[in-house]
Design a protein around this ligand. Structure first.
Ligand SMILES: NC(=O)c1ccc[n+]([C@@H]2O[C@H](COP(=O)([O-])OP(=O)(O)OC[C@H]3O[C@@H](n4cnc5c(N)ncnc54)[C@H](O)[C@@H]3O)[C@@H](O)[C@H]2O)c1
Length: 379
């Protein structure tokens, strides 16, 4: 007997398609609603109708945009659980495409929530994809002290000086794992959109008594990530550069630290939250809990690809970027018993294997750098 029927928006994308596989394997019926954005799917291997070949054939498919009249409402037929992952996902790109991003991320959430609040349906649980980007800077402490700090974003004068770290007086602050309690300081339109859409889902979910969890995803990596999309997925972008015998381009000094989490750990977090019967309206981090610098990522990938190519450190700031942010992953475990399981080196190895069998990606880094420069988005 089916465990329920999940509608996965953005289910043809990188994370969504893995979630579809896991949900089907765990006994759910699944419908995918996806408009197949050309920037994401343009160069992926597709079937005759434009769907990526990796998409599980057991899922029902609806090709359409959430913003299209009536599409979401009709997709809800028979649906008991909603996983909302559809979005425009480029941080840098969002700064020059503000209307498009706000329409596709925030307005799309408004359309969905209005349908849920006005029309009869059977949705009894929701999980939505939020992002670590809504934190802005991660959490810090003064070395040797236990007091946590949420410093403001670095100011323009500091960045013009190429002074990358955060300071308290003369002391460099030390980054620590970021908890969900940290104040939100989104530094890009994408992040503002994600913060708003998270709040919108939590508040309407609470009002309609539909348990809702916003998963604040850190940097996901793994197979099916769009290799030709220059705006997302630093690991995929670096691989695409290295395969084209070009050095990965690293902003600032490359020592900024992030949290890279395997896509299957992310997809399992969504599935686990949807399977739970906890009556909660909460935001939870989904990360690996391990901090790694952008330089280390570039070096690991070059080693695994057997390319003797060092990253090119640009010593430039990209508007919207933060210095350090990695996850405290305790809340997801406390609430739902969910922990990431995949090892980083093995996961990156799998990513390389997948890239080696995927079509050779076009390297669009030069074009995206030019676009950022034209829009005055690098300092
Ligand atoms: N990948 C990451 O590291 C990461 C990190 C933080 C948050 N997230 C969030 O996770 C979610 C999934 O990200 P992803 O990396 O799988 O992205 P993706 O671009 O691979 O997938 C998004 C999918 O949504 C579809 N889509 C976009 N707008 C749509 C619309 N209006 N109607 C219907 N379909 C639409 C696209 O065609 C695409 O298939 C997004 O909400 C993103 O903001 C991802």
């Amino acid at each position: 007997m089916s465990k329920g029927h999940v509608l996965v928006t953005g289910g043809a994308g990188f994370i969504g398609s893995h979630l579809v596989d896991i949900l089907l394997a765990r006994g759910f019926d699944v419908t995918v609603l996806d408009c197949l954005l050309p920037q994401v799917h343009g160069e992926a291997e597709c079937d005759g109708e434009g769907w990526p070949v990796y998409l599980n054939p057991a899922a029902r498919r609806i090709r359409g945009n959430i913003l299209d009249d009536g599409i979401f409402e009709s997709a809800l037929s028979g649906v008991t659980h909603l996983a909302h992952l559809a979005a425009s996902v480029g941080v840098g790109q969002s700064m020059a495409n503000i209307v498009d991003y706000t329409r596709n991320n925030t307005m799309a959430a408004a359309v969905m929530l209005e349908v849920l609040s006005r029309t009869p349906h059977k949705v009894e649980r929701m999980a939505v994809a939020s992002s670590m980007s809504i934190y802005g800077e991660g959490e810090y402490r003064v070395p040797g002290s236990d007091r946590r700090l949420a410093p403001p974003l670095r100011d323009h004068a500091q960045l013009l000086d190429h002074d990358w770290e955060l300071h308290a007086g003369d002391v460099d602050l030390e980054p620590v794992p970021t908890t969900e309690d940290k104040i939100l300081q989104p530094a890009s339109i994408y992040a503002v959109n994600k913060r708003d859409h998270e709040d919108m889902f939590l508040s309407v979910g609470r009002a309609l008594r539909i348990p809702t969890v916003a998963l604040r995803l850190f940097n996901a990596y793994g197979s099916r990530q769009a290799l030709s999309n220059p705006y997302t997925g630093v690991a995929a972008i670096f691989i695409s550069r290295l395969l084209n015998d070009q050095p990965p381009l690293v902003f600032e000094d490359g020592r900024q630290r992030r949290d890279f989490v395997h896509v299957l750990d992310v997809a399992e977090a969504f599935a686990g939250v949807l399977e739970s019967d906890k009556q909660v309206w909460e935001a939870c981090n989904v990360g690996s809990g391990r901090a790694i610098s952008v330089n280390e990522i570039a070096q690991t990938l070059a080693r695994l690809l057997r390319k003797n190519i060092a990253p090119k450190v640009l010593n430039q700031y990209r508007v919207g970027d933060i210095r350090h942010c990695f996850a405290d992953i305790g809340k997801l475990e406390r609430l739902f018993g969910i922990r990431p399981k995949r090892d980083f080196d093995l996961g990156m190895g799998e990513l390389i294997d997948w890239v080696s069998t995927a079509r050779r990606p076009l390297d669009r880094s030069a074009a995206s750098m030019a676009e950022l420069a034209n829009n005055r988005l690098v300092i």
